[in-house]
Every structure is written in structure tokens, then in C-alpha cells.
Design a protein around this ligand. Structure first.
Ligand code: PLP
Length: 397
């Protein structure tokens, strides 16, 4: 395995790259040189660590799930508690990092695009804390569907711009955000929410999410004096997965990414891009995609909004190709089962996204030995999902 990827042109072997219009290249180059300058700067690191500690609440615990471990009777299960990060998910690690980078690069304004609204909220939080202007592009359909997150974004002092073009959803919001960035690149920073997009974004987001894996490694060595046997993480765009996996890539630890199986792979209603996708270009990167034989992007689906994306980070596609990463999927139904299991037995209501990873972690644990260790990245808390779960259970609130 190569030590330092992506390479100079932003490739992870065949994946990644910079499939962006010519006019965007100067902005991407300015971003890369800004990132390379500040990521090794002591003052930048001190300031970022200050916000991660005092504002975001890091380090997060590595919690021993004693009740489920005993119930399942196999491997010890640990949960990396990203649900306890301010805002309720790992997303703030990245938005804080990039917002601080924007500020250091002399930008006054942050723009972002959001589908379900979670990344919009996390971006607005970071921008507010760092005193930056913030505007969030959102398809008009999504604005209507996600009223609560629109209100949250506005409460945080940011502005939501509804996008009326095309299908009025995420992909149209991405187009509008790119247009804005091009027109205002002098004072504006475009903040991407996962390890996706043209180089250098997949690298930047990975570096800001690596704090998850770094803390996990230190803490498991302190608690167990050895590394885990398996780490599980759910995969949407792939940022919480790359974040926890990266510092274990060169260790003898199995890394398993779990995607959204939705209503089943054969129904076509799923988000299992690594499992069922094929190679192509989307959003500035060469990666695995859900597409038809003509290269038209298929619509993805998942009960978990964060996993509902037809692409995936190029580094994950690369790790799968190199067989360093294993990929599984869990259906909506299986994720719900894990949701109930964790809530009832451990006193933690998880977001539906990491329930996909939990499902397989529980299944594996029962077949393993008492001195084996499993870690699951619990990427977020479930407050945002209780209405969806109630509906699935036929409970009227
Ligand atoms: C957004 C989100 C995800 C999916 O994003 P990744 O980039 O794949 O990590 C997973 N879990 C939670 C809780 C989320 O909010």
C-alpha cells in the first residue's frame, strides 16, 4: 500500500482526480495551497484543537457496550461516540476545520449545499462560531421537506437559498453553489460536507475527520492494550468511515464499510454504491457510482438521509479495489432492528446511518471470541430520526 495518497494530481490510483471545468481550476489550486500551508501550521492546529475541544466537545468517549456484549456473548463491542459531538454527529469536525481554513485564507463568506440539511446545520454552526457569513443552497423540494433544519440554519444566523432549477433537490443545489463560488471566489469559500468532489476536497475532509481514528487508536490501546480486530463504519459519502479508518490502514485490523441496502439491492431502491456501483465521473471525481448503462445517474434511496447518495468518496473506491476495505450493506429493516437493539439495551438512541454498521457489528460479535474486539463508529445521535422511526413502527405522535 502506498503511504501518501492522493498523488500530486489528486488521484488514488485510478480514482479521484479533478474533473472540473477549466474556470474552476484556479480556485481549486488556491484551496490546495491554502490547505497545505495551514494544515502543518502550529497556530492553525492549536486554534482548531481549541474549537474541537471547547466548542465541539472532543475528545469523544470510546464507550464499552457492556450490555450488548454480554447479551450477544462474543466479541467486546466498543462505540466511538461521535453522537456526542456538538450538533449530534461527526459533521462538525469537518465544518470547523474548513471554516477555520477559510478564515485563515482571508475568506469572509462560506457557502455550502445541503440535501437533508444536516451538513447545512453543521456549516452554519461553524460559520457562526468563527464569525463568518454563511449561505446554504438547498433545492426547493428539500426546503419544503426539511423545514426544521431550514429553521435551525436561520437561527444560527445563516441564510438558506432555495434552488428552483431542475429537480429542485441536492444536485441542483450543487450546481448553484458552484456558480456562486465561481462568481465570488475572492471572498467566498465553498465548504463540501464529505470526502467527495474534485481534488483537494476528499483529502481535506479526510484530514479533518482523522481526529476520530486518532482518538480511537489511543483510547483502545489505553483500555485494552491492543488494537481491535474489526472496525465498522457506515458509508454515505464516506467521511466518518475514512475518518475512523485512516489511522488503521497500515495496521492488522479489518475495516468494514456498511452501505444502505434500502429496500433490497434487487429493487434498485438503495444507496449501496461501493457494493453495486460502476466506475464513472460525478461531482468532479472519478469513483464508483449508481448509474445506468448509458451513464445516467440513478436515484439512490435509504431510510437514512445521510446514506442517500449515488456516489462515494474516491479513496474508499480505491481501498475496496486494493482489497484493504470490505463492503457490506444493511437494508432499512435491518438498520431499524439495530436501532431498537441499541436504544433498548444501551440507553443510546443512534442516528439511522450508523445503525447500518451496528447491524453487522452485532451479527459478527456473536460469532467471535470473548477476547476479540469490535469498534463501531457511532456517527450520530437519533433525535433527528425519531419521526421516521415512529412512522415505520406505525406509532402516531
Ligand atoms: C451525514 C451523515 C453520515 C453520512 O456521511 P459520511 O460522509 O458517509 O460520513 C453518516 N452518519 C451521520 C450521523 C450523518 O449525519
Amino acid at each position: 500500500m502506498k503511504m501518501k495518497l492522493p498523488n500530486k494530481i489528486g488521484k488514488f490510483d485510478i480514482y479521484g482526480g479533478k474533473f472540473a471545468p477549466e474556470v474552476l481550476m484556479p480556485a481549486l489550486e488556491e484551496l490546495e495551497s491554502g490547505f497545505r500551508k495551514f494544515i502543518n501550521d502550529e497556530e492553525f492546529q492549536n486554534e482548531l484543537n481549541y474549537y474541537l475541544r471547547e466548542f465541539a466537545g472532543r475528545p469523544t468517549p470510546l464507550y464499552y457496550a457492556k450490555n450488548l456484549t454480554e447479551k450477544l456473548g462474543g466479541a467486546k463491542i466498543y462505540l466511538k461516540r461521535e453522537d456526542l459531538v456538538h450538533g449530534g454527529a461527526h459533521k462538525l469536525n469537518n465544518t470547523l476545520g474548513q471554516a477555520l481554513l477559510a478564515k485563515k485564507m482571508g475568506k469572509k463568506r462560506i457557502i455550502a449545499e445541503t440535501g437533508a440539511g444536516q451538513h447545512g446545520v453543521a456549516t452554519a454552526m461553524a460559520a457562526s462560531a468563527l464569525g463568518l457569513e454563511c449561505e446554504i443552497y438547498m433545492g426547493e423540494e428539500d426546503v419544503e421537506r426539511q423545514k426544521l433544519n431550514v429553521f435551525r440554519i436561520e437561527l444560527l444566523g445563516a441564510k438558506v437559498i432555495p434552488v428552483k432549477s431542475g429537480s429542485k433537490t441536492l444536485k441542483d443545489a450543487i450546481n448553484e453553489a458552484l456558480r456562486d463560488w465561481l462568481a465570488n471566489v475572492d471572498d467566498t469559500y465553498y465548504l463540501i460536507g464529505s470526502v467527495v468532489g474534485p481534488h483537494p476536497y476528499p483529502m481535506i475532509v479526510r484530514e479533518f475527520q482523522r481526529v476520530i481514528g486518532r482518538e480511537t487508536k489511543k483510547e483502545i490501546l489505553r483500555k485494552e492494550e491492543k488494537l481491535p480486530d474489526i472496525i465498522f463504519a457506515c458509508v454515505g459519502g464516506g467521511s466518518n468511515a475514512m475518518g475512523i479508518f485512516y489511522d488503521f490502514l497500515r495496521e492488522d485490523v479489518r475495516l468494514i464499510g456498511v452501505e444502505a441496502g434500502g429496500k433490497g439491492i434487487r429493487t434498485g431502491k438503495h444507496g449501496a454504491t461501493l457494493y453495486a456501483g460502476t466506475d464513472g465521473v460525478l461531482h468532479g471525481m472519478y469513483t464508483k457510482l449508481l448509474q445506468d448503462k448509458y451513464g445516467q445517474i440513478s436515484e439512490s434511496y435509504s431510510i437514512a438521509a445521510g446514506l442517500d447518495y449515488p456516489g462515494v468518496g474516491p479513496e474508499l473506491a480505491y481501498l475496496l479495489r486494493k482489497r484493504r476495505l470490505e463492503v457490506l450493506y444493511a437494508t432499512d429493516e435491518q438498520a431499524l432492528k439495530a436501532f431498537m437493539e441499541l436504544s433498548e439495551n444501551e440507553g443510546i438512541i443512534p442516528a439511522l446511518e450508523p445503525c447500518h454498521a451496528l447491524y453487522h457489528a452485532f451479527r459478527f460479535a456473536g460469532k467471535m471470541n470473548g477476547d476479540d474486539i469490535i469498534i463501531v463508529n457511532l456517527s450520530g445521535r437519533g433525535d433527528k430520526d425519531v419521526f421516521v422511526v415512529a412512522k415505520e413502527l406505525g406509532v402516531e405522535l
